[in-house]
Write a protein that binds this ligand. Structure first.
Ligand SMILES: [Zn+2]
Length: 417
């Protein structure tokens, strides 16, 4: 009070300063509270999955290759023309000529009986439309006139096991067959493929190339086949760098067809597929448990999958998932369930490259002795679907090498009278 009375000017100034300070404090409070409200909205942390360091990654590789030389193509065309003329004379080609009654193509592959993987293929290359595929992307190589379906995973094992069959995409007549050529090709250069050629009831023609030697249908040229009927086994005959089916399609006037409808396919306006699959047909083909990560050896050596479903507690189990058409926007959620359905471990794996036609992830996980024995489950959620694989864990059995076996050792034996 004293100071104020004696220094009226000073007192007024102090009051103003105090008012300003109060206003500033209030303003700061308002700013902070607004920031707290808006901060989570403005700078919401983008939740990015972190892949564990011990996840092993790999992918399918197929070189860009020319499947048929011009000379080979000319030979095939001449043979087809000759055979069709002969079959027409024999009355074995009853063609319709109206595209309105055209056939639609069924999927040309299936797993042989006894094989029950979620999937078994990927698509490496589509038909080349001046440097792009039907969907205006780049899954082609120059001059490619067909669709390449490769086997995934373990293409050589699948070929050796006759696991994936080529089947006729539509009803028709066999108009040509080529067999007897080596089917473990890893490179290009003048090799002849094994193939079956079918003319459909509307006059269109499908070529099924690179088949396994000796696997071709026993039906002869001129015999009919139905949609879904066995034609051969996927192989790597001819100019090829791994087992795959090359499907090439022509209309009745021998115009090349790309069965896939898309804005960059100028060949045909409509899809020739009964059901056209999506451009990125992203899915899990197979889940495995194993004793080690898979080994993909150099062509044409078979792969070593190291698959196993029986383990002992305290083992390290490799959990592997094999994908087709995985894109970098698709994370994979992995979960290991105990026999009582409780979660033992869970992790997310990610992919950096924008697209892989075939890829895998494998992670070693040790399941300790304290865990319960019984049937365990490995589950993967990917692209909206859930995939499961079961495996068995048994109690640790006593290891003989750890046990002492006491044998009576008698030193300095006394002679017994
Ligand atoms: Zn091809």
């Amino acid at each position: 009070m004293f100071a104020r009375e004696n220094h009226p000017v000073n007192w007024k100034l102090r009051r103003r300063i105090r008012t300003i300070i109060i206003l500033l404090v209030l303003l700061q409070g308002i700013i902070l509270s607004v920031c707290q409200i808006t901060r989570p909205l403005v700078a919401a942390p983008v939740e990015q999955a972190v892949e564990p360091d011990d996840v092993i990654s790999g992918h399918h590789e197929m070189e860009h290759v020319e499947h048929l030389s011009d000379e080979q193509r000319s030979e095939i065309e001449a043979q087809l023309a000759q055979n069709m003329a002969m079959l027409t004379t024999q009355g074995k080609l009853a063609m319709r000529v109206n595209r309105e009654t055209a056939v639609s193509l069924n999927w040309p592959l299936q797993q042989a009986s006894g094989f029950n993987d979620y999937g078994y293929h990927g698509i490496s290359f589509f038909v080349d439309h001046n440097g792009q595929d039907y969907s205006c992307d780049s899954r082609i190589y120059g001059g490619h006139r067909g669709t390449d379906f490769f086997l995934w995973p373990f293409e050589w094992n699948k070929m050796d096991d006759n696991a994936v069959e080529v089947i006729s995409a539509a009803d028709g007549v066999i108009i040509h067959k080529q067999d007897g050529n080596d089917d473990r090709s890893c490179s290009i250069g003048g090799k002849t493929w094994n193939a079956v050629y079918v003319q459909h009831v509307d006059g269109s023609v499908a070529w099924y190339g690179h088949l396994k030697i000796g696997s071709l249908t026993t039906k002869n040229i001129g015999e009919t086949v139905q949609a879904g009927e066995y034609l051969g086994i996927v192989g790597s005959s001819g100019n090829s760098t791994g087992p795959h089916l090359h499907l090439e399609v022509y209309d009745i006037n021998y115009n090349l067809i790309d069965p896939y409808q898309g804005s960059c396919n100028p060949l045909n306006d409509t899809s020739w597929w009964l059901t056209q699959r999506p451009y990125y047909d992203s899915a899990v083909n197979k889940l495995t448990t194993g004793t080690a990560a898979p080994e993909f050896n150099s062509c044409p050596s078979p792969e070593i999958s190291h698959e196993a479903t029986q383990f002992t507690l305290d083992d390290t189990v490799y959990f592997s998932a094999y994908f087709r058409d995985r894109t970098n926007s698709l994370d994979s959620q992995n979960t290991i369930y105990r026999p009582d359905n409780s979660i033992f471990d869970a992790w997310t794996d990610t992919q950096r490259s924008s697209h892989r036609d075939g890829s895998y992830k494998s992670r070693p996980v040790t399941i300790g002795k304290e865990e319960p024995a019984g049937q365990w489950r490995y589950e993967v959620v990917f692209n909206g679907s859930t995939y499961q694989h079961t495996f068995q864990l048994e109690e640790t059995t006593p290891n003989n090498t750890d046990e002492f076996i006491y044998l009576p050792i008698v030193t300095n034996p006394k002679l017994i009278d």
